[in-house]
Ligand binder design. Structure first.
Ligand SMILES: *[C@@H]1O[C@H](CO)[C@@H](O)[C@H](O)[C@H]1NC(C)=O
Length: 135
């Protein structure tokens, strides 16, 4: 039965490697979470946009923003953050923070314009992800 020992040792090694990679994954999860900025870039002459956000059924708050104003908060848990916005006769709902998409960034920007919601992590490259809806 002495041949069983190297096999057990190998199994032990493989298990160790599994724990190691799990530990690495956990470290990754503890990466600092971003600050989310929602920037009102809607026409200056228009009315305020109201935004309210929540995560895991916890209300983060409601804000009324006019052109140029920014609503920001620090993400405190690696969970989906969901926001709704109302502006004049339009409404929108969007995922303000998605752990997989945004979890490894320090900052996250949403530029809200007439033609939609643009995401950026560096304020240089912007991608439209959502549009305003009407009834
Ligand atoms: C936005 O909120 C304010 C109060 O903070 C309210 O007076 C206004 O009617 C709201 N606007 C919309 C479009 O819901």
């Amino acid at each position: 039965m002495s041949a069983a020992h190297p096999t057990n040792f190998l199994l032990f090694l493989v298990l160790q490697l599994c724990f190691l990679s799990a530990a690495t994954a956990n470290e990754h999860d503890e990466h600092p979470l971003p600050t989310v900025h929602v920037i009102n870039a809607l026409p200056k002459s228009s009315k305020a946009m109201n935004v309210s956000c929540s995560s895991n059924n916890i209300d983060i708050g409601e804000q009324s923003l006019v052109n140029g104003e920014v609503y920001k908060w620090r993400v405190s848990q690696r969970k989906l953050h969901y926001c709704v916005a109302i502006w004049e006769r339009f409404f929108a709902s969007w995922h303000a923070f998605q752990p997989r998409r945004d979890g490894n960034h320090e900052t996250l920007f949403w530029m809200v314009e007439e033609d939609g919601f643009f995401i950026s992590w560096d304020k240089a490259k912007w991608v439209r992800k959502y549009r305003w809806e009407t009834e």
